[in-house]
Ligand binder design. Sequence first.
Ligand code: HEC
Length: 162
Amino acid sequence: MKLSKLLFSFATTLLLSSQSFADSAVIDLSSSPYPYTTGKDIFHHVCAACHMQDAKGATGAGHFPALAGNHKLVTPEYMKFVVMNGQKGMPPFRDQLTNSQIAETINYVRSNFGNHYTDKVTAEDVAKFRLIFLGAFYEIIIYSIYNGCFSTTSIYHSSSRD
Ligand code: HEC
């Protein structure tokens, strides 16, 4: 089998499986190692280890930014991104917290500690965020295949014969 065909079927399989993955709407963890359900509990048991109980952060062995009165939290997207993917010294939580736990924590932090943002994030928003990343991954693969990035036998040859 030609490499281009092989890659094409690989891409198709990926697309089909991503479709059924999306359909089944289980873009979430099956369970979290943390037993907490409220944003308050998650913040004080998980995040406060670094950001401190008053969310004012700390500087010492490392720099842990304050989440209290933090103007960067104005957009929930930023917080979703950092909590899910981590950033520098902060570990990613996408494989540690469920969609609902992430949403609850974001809502708690954004409406406490001197933050007064009233727009809420839902578990569905977080699920979409997981999907966006998955989607971007597939897009890169498909794009690379169609642009012949992986292909030694150019994809143009096989298509120009039709
Ligand atoms: C192991 C320590 C640690 C834990 C636990 C932790 N963080 Fe962080 N967090 C950090 C560090 C360090 C940074 C700064 C990263 C950087 O330099 O960009 C940070 C940055 C952030 C930022 C971005 C702040 C800004 O001003 O840019 C947010 C939001 C955040 N953390 C939220 C959380 C939430 C919510 C939790 C709990 C689910 C959490 N963090 C748990 C260490 C931690």
